[in-house]
Design a protein around this ligand. Structure first.
Ligand code: GLY
Length: 369
C-alpha cells in the first residue's frame, strides 16, 4: 500500500493511500498510540455513506467514539458550527487526551482540523478525506480554517494531522463533475513539479468518461499517492508558507479565487475556477517568463480532457471578477505575488503582474481557447 511520509520533525506523519482503507481506520489509529476518545466530525452528505464503517473500525479497535455531524456546505464552515461541535464534545466528556477524526471533503477537513487546533488548546486529529481535492490537497499540510463574513478561510491555524487515511474507492461515489473538479488540483501539482503526470491524468479523464475499470481502480492509489507526494515535499520545504515555496501551490488560485468570489457560492466549484485561473496564469507566464506554447498547450489539453472550464461562463463578468481578484489575500503591500511558470516544473513567484494584466487576462478568459 502506498504511504507518503511528511517529515516535519515532531509533527511528522504518514498519508496512507489504499483502496478500502476505511476498514483499517481503527488499526491504523492504534499504531499512533492515541488512547483517548475519538470525536468523529463529518457532514450530512458523507456521514450516511461511510460513518458507520469508520465508527465500527474504531470501536472494534477499542476506541470510544462520539459523533458530530453538521449540515453539508461551505456556508456552514463557520465559527457557529465550531462552537456547536465544541459544546457537544464537552458534553460528551472529551478532554485533552481525546482526538478528532475528520471524515469528509475539504469543508469537513478544514473545520474539524480547526476544532482540533483549538479544543483544549490543541488535540491530535486524523484526516479521512473522501474527495479528490481533499485527498491530494486540503487534507495534507496542516492548513485548517473557517470562513467569516469578510472572506473564506480568514480564521485558522496551522495544525498538522497525526495521520491521513485516503481511500480512493470513496471517489467512485462522487459525481463526474466533483471528480473532475478535484483533478484540477492534480493538474496544478503536476505542472509545478511532475509534468509526466499530465499524461496519466489525460488517461484518467478517458476512464471517467467510459466508467472506471477494475484495472484503473487498482491503479488509483499509486496515482493519488504520487500526486500527494508532490505536495508533501513542498510542505516539508516550507511548512508555514514563509519562504515562498509553498506559495507555488497557489498557481491558478489568484484569478481563480477572484472568479469564485464573484459568483454565488456553489455556482462554480473550486477546481473549476482553478482551471480558469490556470489558463490565465499560463498566459501571463508566456508574457513574463517566456513559457513555451507547447508547455502551455500540454496543461490546457489536460484541463480540456478533464472537461474543466477554460472560458468564463456568461454570468461571470470580467469586471466583477477583477473586483474580487484585487481583494485576494495574495496581494501584499500593494504588490501582487503571482505564481507563474518558466517551464513545466519551474514555478516562480513574480511581482511583475500588474492590475491591468489581470483586467486584460480576465477579459481574455471570455474567449475560447
Ligand atoms: N492548498 C494550498 C496549501 O495547502 O498550501
Amino acid at each position: 500500500m502506498p504511504v507518503v511520509n511528511l517529515s516535519l520533525g515532531t509533527r511528522s506523519y504518514n498519508v496512507h493511500v489504499e483502496n478500502n482503507a476505511l476498514d483499517s481506520v481503527g488499526y491504523l489509529t492504534g499504531r499512533l498510540r492515541l488512547h483517548g476518545k475519538a470525536a468523529i466530525i463529518s457532514d450530512s452528505n458523507v456521514y450516511p455513506l461511510y460513518g458507520e464503517k469508520v465508527i465500527h473500525s474504531l470501536e472494534d479497535a477499542g476506541y470510544c467514539t462520539s459523533l458530530h455531524v453538521f449540515e453539508a456546505g461551505e456556508q456552514n464552515k463557520n465559527l457557529s458550527t465550531v462552537e456547536q461541535i465544541v459544546n457537544e464534545m464537552v458534553a460528551e466528556g472529551h478532554d485533552r487526551s481525546s482526538f478528532v477524526v475528520a471524515l469528509g471533503g475539504g469543508v469537513v477537513g478544514d473545520l474539524a482540523g480547526f476544532v482540533a487546533s483549538v479544543y483544549y488548546r490543541g488535540i491530535p486529529f486524523i484526516q479521512i478525506p473522501t474527495t479528490v481535492m481533499a485527498q491530494v490537497d486540503s487534507s495534507v499540510g496542516g492548513k485548517t480554517a473557517v470562513d467569516i463574513a469578510a472572506g473564506k478561510n480568514l480564521i485558522g491555524a496551522f495544525h498538522q494531522p497525526s495521520l491521513v487515511i485516503a481511500d480512493p474507492t470513496t471517489l467512485l461515489s462522487l459525481s463526474p463533475r466533483v471528480l473532475r473538479e478535484g483533478m484540477a488540483e492534480m493538474v496544478k501539482h503536476a505542472a509545478i513539479r511532475k509534468p509526466s503526470m499530465l499524461r496519466t491524468l489525460r488517461q484518467l479523464a478517458q476512464e471517467i468518461d467510459l466508467g472506471f475499470t477494475l484495472n484503473t481502480i487498482e491503479r488509483l492509489p499509486s496515482v493519488i499517492a504520487d500526486n500527494i507526494a508532490i505536495k508533501a515535499r513542498i510542505v516539508e520545504e516550507d511548512e508555514k508558507e514563509t519562504c515562498g515555496v509553498r506559495a507555488f501551490l497557489n498557481l491558478g488560485h489568484t484569478l481563480g479565487h477572484g472568479i469564485e468570489a464573484s459568483v454565488p457560492y456553489g455556482e462554480l466549484l473550486h477546481g473549476e475556477v482553478v482551471s480558469l485561473g490556470l489558463r490565465g496564469a499560463l498566459r501571463l507566464s508566456r508574457k513574463y517568463c517566456n513559457l513555451s506554447t507547447s508547455a502551455e498547450r500540454e496543461v490546457i489539453d489536460t484541463l480540456k480532457a478533464l472537461e474543466l472550464p477554460l472560458t468564463l461562463p456568461e454570468n461571470v463578468t470580467a469586471e466583477r471578477a477583477l473586483k474580487f481578484t484585487a481583494s485576494d489575500k495574495k496581494f501584499s503591500g500593494g504588490t501582487i505575488r503571482f505564481v507563474l511558470l518558466r517551464d513545466l516544473s519551474e514555478p516562480v513567484l513574480s511581482e511583475d503582474v500588474t492590475a491591468d494584466d489581470l483586467a486584460e487576462t480576465l477579459q481574455w478568459l471570455t474567449t475560447k481557447p
